[in-house]
Design a protein around this ligand. Structure first.
Ligand SMILES: *Cc1c(COP(=O)(O)O)cnc(C)c1O
Length: 446
């Protein structure tokens, strides 16, 4: 009970810290809604939440104004002006990520291809990459055309498992592509040490990890190059867009030339390459968002820490493990492993339906098992790959391409999207309370 002699100000301070609010209604560690409205919404009961979550992408006035200004200016392509939106964005984004250079592209996949090619990854080479990622990470390696060697993940962090990297390195291995999945840093110190020992390049897939930090250093600036995506769902969004960042002038020059269909900054066409330029409308949509990126990142982190602290008290709910060096996440996704053994064996799809019925949007996220995907086999069987890699190499590749940990978490993952972490703290209470309600009333779903 709330002590009578507690001042109102002290009460509000403590309640907003999440301590007294729980004690006052006299409930247990997980939630206060279950005993009042025990019937699950999936079965016709009252949902925990009826409001929506913050909208994403956010079509606000400043974005509209910026895009209209670009339309009116007649500067629609980056090569028309050195002070257009694309060159301006590159400069500002590099400053924000605390890196010397940035080259914008038309997507994250294009950024990854640009980075790999500019570091010299070529036919016959191999690149180590985790399976729990966007197909773009893998596609970028295939188009080099190099072999994506899939390294299973740590099932608690969902990140590439450094213990499994060295055994897959051979004389053709050129690079490691760690993915900071959900926007939280991979075990990057260990990955960098392995890369150094074997003389490999590191391309950080930071497509989800804008402003994330490992030991105070921005993700994307630790390896040779970092690659971002600005696709609609990402925390900085313009429909489709991407960028490569780095500190090495020569390599970043190569990145510019590559995405500019082989024409260098000096105006000389030097190589044959694709055309991956970002257009001025995309950068016009991005520029105003840079003003609020930091503030939104802080809000997501605060909400995520609070949500994690509530979720980890619920049996069978195991939030993403963060590595020791994590000083900031992005929380493009907030994810946890759902252990159905603790929920009366209700399978994940029913759990997701029950949670959605309570008014909480959620998803099972990545649903392909990369070691079983037909498109991997199709690539291996293509003329390109049969010419570049020996029969023996491809056979060994197939035999080693097993990711049991990844397949397990593909079945058990539940995620919330970044926009769900942009509202007030009460939104996190709703999420946690809805899960507690399902837990407490799990026998209703049996
Ligand atoms: C989104 C994403 C990509 C691909 O970026 P696109 O802009 O969609 O091409 C690559 N890797 C990861 C981890 C992503 O989240």
């Amino acid at each position: 009970m709330v002590k009578k002699n507690m001042t109102r100000r002290r009460f509000i301070a403590a309640a907003s810290a999440g301590t007294i609010a729980t004690a006052a209604v006299g409930i247990g560690a997980y939630g206060n809604i279950n005993k009042k409205t025990g019937k699950l919404a999936l079965l016709g009961g009252q949902p925990v939440r009826t409001k929506g979550f913050p909208r994403w992408p956010n079509p606000d006035e400043k974005t509209v104004k910026s895009m209209v200004a670009t339309t009116r200016s007649g500067i629609w392509c980056r090569i028309q002006s050195k002070s257009g939106t694309v060159p301006t964005f590159e400069k500002k984004f590099a400053e924000l990520i605390e890196v010397k250079y940035c080259v914008a592209t038309g997507s994250g996949t294009q950024a990854l291809h640009t980075a790999l090619a500019s570091l010299g990854v070529d036919g016959g080479d191999e690149v180590l990459v985790p399976p729990y990622t966007d197909p773009g990470s893998i596609a970028a390696i295939f188009v080099c055309p190099a072999l994506p060697v899939i390294i299973d993940i740590d099932p608690e962090s969902f990140q590439i498992d450094p213990d499994k990297i060295e055994e897959r390195i051979n004389e053709n291995t050129k690079a490691i592509m760690p993915v900071h999945i959900m926007g939280q840093p991979a075990d990057i110190d260990r990955i960098m040490n392995i890369a150094k020992k074997h003389n490999l390049k590191v391309i950080e897939d930071t497509c989800q990890a804008h402003l994330a930090e490992y030991r105070g250093k921005k993700c994307g600036t630790i390896g040779e190059l970092g690659c971002f995506s600005f696709q609609t769902s990402k925390v900085l969004a313009c429909g489709e867009g991407g960028a490569v960042i780095g500190n090495d002038e020569d390599i970043m020059d190569k990145c510019y030339t590559f995405q500019n269909r082989g024409t260098s900054r000096r105006g000389i066409t030097e190589v044959g390459a694709p055309k991956y330029r970002m257009n001025e409308f995309e950068a016009a949509a991005l520029l105003p968002q840079l003003e609020t990126l930091e503030e939104m990142s802080v809000r997501r982190n605060e909400n995520a820490v609070y949500l994690t602290s509530k979720l980890k008290d619920i049996p069978g709910i195991n939030p993403q493990k963060l590595y020791d060096g994590t000083t900031r996440g992005t929380y493009y996704k907030h994810g946890f492993i759902y252990k159905k053994e603790h929920f009366n064996d209700i399978d994940r799809s029913k759990f997701l339906r029950a949670l959605k019925a309570e008014g909480i949007s959620c998803s099972g996220y990545i649903n392909f098992r990369l070691d079983k995907e037909p498109w991997i086999e199709n690539e291996l069987n293509s003329n390109t790959f049969r010419k570049l890699y020996s029969k023996e190499r491809l056979q060994k590749y197939r035999e080693e391409n097993n990711c049991p940990k990844n397949n397990q978490i593909c079945d058990e993952m539940v995620v919330f999207s970044q926009n769900q972490l942009l509202g007030p703290k009460e939104d996190m209470d709703d999420i946690a309370n809805a899960i507690s309600k399902i837990y407490d009333n799990r026998e209703q779903l049996a």
